[in-house]
Design a protein around this ligand. Structure first.
Ligand code: PLP
Length: 342
């Protein structure tokens, strides 16, 4: 498996001027969120708290998501909640291209991994005859393609999961950055653990705050996992989360508009490349005539970083461009030049 962290470390040591590689938004965290975190610390909120999360935060999440407070657990970033689910499975199904962490976690803990490949030619839509796993990971809007599955396709997959009694882990961390209607998987199937977080819409990556929505038994299993490992999310981080959700609609409007404009800019500058405009999130998964890794390395020499497609399930002729640098236009023009020189 291609080691994305090694490549990330190489990028970081070369310090390119334009970073279009990681999923780290360049939009700053709203000041009101920071002030809330600082205020909480000043008030002396520095102790452990109960594992599932503060009532105020879970109530706010419940209100936003239209579920009950007891169907929610808060965790130290969504990744740890994803890991807690993968740990409980034996055979994990992943639709590819995919965020590498699902596969790394599964392999790290000795799970069987079944990859369902999709292709650019088929519009990144999965065709599965049988799942034959006990946990299927869905991630829409998708990292790296930006795809949102049409509702009928999603229903078809979830019906298959129901028939085979497969649990679904739906990573919907990008669903608040959607340019098209999005249906949460839990609306179509009961046996779904939904995972979301504050890292993308609110750019709160370093706060390490995420949450899961699930049935009671799954919430209890995640609680036991967090009790045994991280104990709780720091109170000041949770207070920041409450504030973020209070201003969510305003932030969402602003952030979605920014990414829409960036997608438009990228589509214009990269019109000679093959890719689908994303339905959501802030990535472009772009086809390259040459090997994506050598393309990414050539770009690095020109001071622009992207991730090679090999990092997302072995898609050698692709690169992922993350639309997260204020010098995006300049970076995209360099990408176009490098293609022309190929
Ligand atoms: N899920 C996907 C698909 C991601 O791309 C990322 C981060 O890049 C995460 C989850 C991790 O989110 P968190 O910061 O909440 O752990």
């Amino acid at each position: 498996m291609f080691n994305v962290y090694e490549f990330f470390n190489k990028i970081s040591s070369l310090k390119p001027g334009i970073r279009l590689d990681a999923g780290q938004p360049d939009i700053s965290v709203d000041k009101r969120i920071i002030e809330e975190a600082v205020g909480s610390l000043r008030r002396g909120e520095t102790s452990y708290t109960k594992t599932p999360g503060l009532d105020e935060l879970r109530e706010k999440i419940a209100e936003v998501e239209g579920v009950g407070k007891d169907d929610i657990i808060v965790g130290n970033g969504s990744k740890i909640l994803i890991a807690s689910q993968i740990l409980r499975a034996k055979r994990v199904g992943i639709i590819s291209p995919h965020w590498q962490a699902y596969e790394s976690i599964a392999r790290e803990f000795g799970k069987d991994v079944k990859i369902f490949k999709t292709s650019f030619e088929d519009g990144w839509e999965p065709e599965m005859e049988r799942l034959d796993v006990d946990l299927l990971v869905l991630n829409y809007p998708n990292n790296p393609t930006g795809k949102i599955l049409p509702k009928d396709k999603l229903r078809e997959i979830l019906e298959m999961a129901e028939e085979e009694k497969v649990k679904v882990l739906s990573d919907e961390i990008y669903s608040d950055i959607a340019f098209k209607p999005f249906t949460p998987a839990r609306e179509l199937y009961d046996n779904v653990v939904t995972v979301k977080g504050f890292s993308k819409l609110f750019a709160m990556t370093g706060f390490r705050l995420g949450y899961a929505i699930a049935q009671r038994e799954e919430i209890n299993a995640m609680r036991r996992f967090l009790e045994a490992t991280t104990t709780c999310v720091p109170v000041f981080v949770q207070r920041a989360g409450v504030k973020a959700l209070e201003i969510r609609e305003e932030v969402k409007k602003r952030v979605v508009k920014i990414y829409k404009e960036r997608v438009r800019l990228a589509s214009r500058i990269l019109r000679d490349f093959k890719f689908y405009e994303p339905d959501g999130a802030f990535y472009l998964f772009v086809k390259t005539e040459v090997d994506g890794l050598s393309f990414a390395e050539r770009l690095l020499e020109r001071g622009v970083s992207v991730f090679p497609g090999v990092a997302f399930g072995g898609y050698r002729n692709f690169i992922r461009i993350s639309l997260v640098d204020p010098r995006l236009g300049e970076g995209l023009r360099i990408i176009r030049e490098v293609k022309e020189c190929a």
